[in-house]
Design a protein around this ligand. Structure first.
Ligand SMILES: C[S@@+](CC[C@H](N)C(=O)[O-])C[C@H]1O[C@@H](n2cnc3c(N)ncnc32)[C@H](O)[C@@H]1O
Length: 197
């Protein structure tokens, strides 16, 4: 079975345009077959993004891990005046992110293919992710742990995960070595903020 995070080059393209409004700012995103949440922006991604924007963090270096078509990273780049790198293992997702980010002149950042942190050479003030769940708990924990390792001193990791996807057990594991805060909770989705202890 083909999962959205695999590179299926035979998959027929069917470009859609998705709309998103935050306060009075209006965004559009191209999505396509073979990428996550292609028919509409994911509720967990919106909750994560909007919880992050309420933190009022501006002018920082941000990494969006598993960017899909670039929804989270592009909106942060434009609205929070930050430099944003975006990575995904899925080539089609990265291609869409590149097309989407070009629409915003104020956007500063880049998008590139990377299997987790394989191609990431920098440290970041903020790492944000709606992480891949289907990769399994071990790989998920690896991505979250590597995210924490790629934070600058005093940097923070923000991520979303649902209760029925193991939110509380992931929290317990990360709490062993980090400060873990639940920033928001809605409809079974948890938004976590992690800092190194
Ligand atoms: C839950 S989706 C989130 C997508 C996007 N951020 C959004 O909010 O619409 C997770 C993303 O992680 C990507 N992914 C899966 N495994 C990965 C890996 N090993 N390295 C990087 N990205 C990966 C998937 O291709 C997918 O785009």
């Amino acid at each position: 079975m083909s999962h959205y995070f695999e590179n299926d080059t035979d998959l027929k393209s069917n470009i859609r345009e998705l709309k998103y409004t935050y306060n009075s700012s209006f965004f559009t995103f191209l999505s396509d077959n073979g990428v996550f949440s292609k028919k509409g922006i994911d509720y967990g991604s919106k909750l994560l993004l909007e919880t992050y924007l309420k933190e009022n963090i501006t002018n920082v270096n941000v990494l969006d891990v598993g960017c899909g078509y670039g929804f989270i990273g592009i909106v942060i780049g434009v609205l929070a005046d930050s430099y944003v790198d975006m990575i995904d293992i899925n080539k089609r997702a990265v291609h869409l992110t590149k097309r989407n980010m070009k629409k915003y002149k104020g956007f500063n950042g880049s998008a590139f293919v990377s299997d987790a942190f394989s191609e990431v050479k920098k440290q970041y003030d903020v790492i944000i992710t709606n992480p891949p769940i289907r990769v399994g708990k071990d790989k998920l924990l690896e991505i979250l742990t590597e995210s924490i390792e790629h934070l600058n001193k005093d940097g923070s990791l923000y991520f979303v995960i649902r209760k029925n996807q193991g939110a509380l057990s992931i929290k317990k594991i990360l709490e062993e070595k980090n400060k873990v805060e639940v920033l928001n909770r809605d409809k079974g989705y948890y938004i976590f903020k992690i800092k190194k202890l």
